[in-house]
Write a protein that binds this ligand. Structure first.
Ligand SMILES: [Zn+2]
Length: 210
């Protein structure tokens, strides 16, 4: 079926050893490791993209460059690419790592009940299967498993859009054992892919029964 998954790696990457986004990094840990969020976000979106391609699902990383680009440019790119697909078959996922003290994963959608909430539920379900012992930080005020916030990428994009904050880079255990480990990164990729596949399958089922 024709669906388009747009992947948005938050912030900038690393060019010539210079990180493109100030601030978005972990502390320098005692083992000498340090995480730069934009590098992590790119690694995860690339992994998701590769898997979706193998499953035959159209996808596009909307920030292929290492430079950070404005949120407005990101939204413009996403909305432009989405024009070629039926509105309800397009989905944007913005990938981040969290900071500010805490643990676990947060899944955000725009306010109100939309298609994004259905996507978020699929992602939450896949997360709890792949990380059974890790907390999904949720806000159940309106009965679903995501926290709703007015993130720019979620408010301004025309398609269903979800933002994932994947563990805390200022939590030494989560940073060193999950975010900076190939195994941990693969599991983060896997829960995104499984959630996306579940959403695509559900959409397909609904449409073929109409
Ligand atoms: Zn971020």
């Amino acid at each position: 079926m024709k669906a388009l998954i747009l992947l948005d790696p938050g912030h900038g990457g690393i060019i010539n050893n210079v990180y493109q986004t100030a601030g978005k990094r972990s502390p320098l840990w005692s083992n000498g490791q340090q995480l730069f969020e934009g590098e992590f976000n790119r690694a995860i979106t690339q992994g998701i993209s590769q898997a979706l391609t193998l499953y035959g699902i159209d996808n596009k990383i909307i920030v292929p460059e290492l430079e950070d680009i404005s949120l407005r440019s990101r939204v413009d790119r996403a909305n432009f690419l989405a024009q070629q697909y039926p509105h309800h078959r397009c989905l944007l996922i913005s990938v981040h790592a969290n900071a500010g003290g805490g643990k676990g994963v947060e899944i955000f959608t725009s306010r109100g009940q939309t298609e994004s909430d259905i996507v978020a539920d699929h992602l939450a379900h896949a997360f709890s299967q792949i990380f059974p012992n890790k907390p999904l930080r949720s806000d159940y005020r309106d009965g679903d498993s995501d926290k709703e916030r007015g993130f720019y990428m979620l408010r301004k994009t025309t398609m269903a859009a979800v933002l994932t904050e994947n563990f805390f880079m200022d939590n030494e255990i989560e940073c060193c054992l999950i975010l900076m480990s190939p195994k941990g990164r693969q599991k983060i990729i896997d829960y995104h892919v499984q959630g996306i596949l579940a959403w695509v399958e559900q959409r397909f089922r609904v449409e073929s029964s109409e």
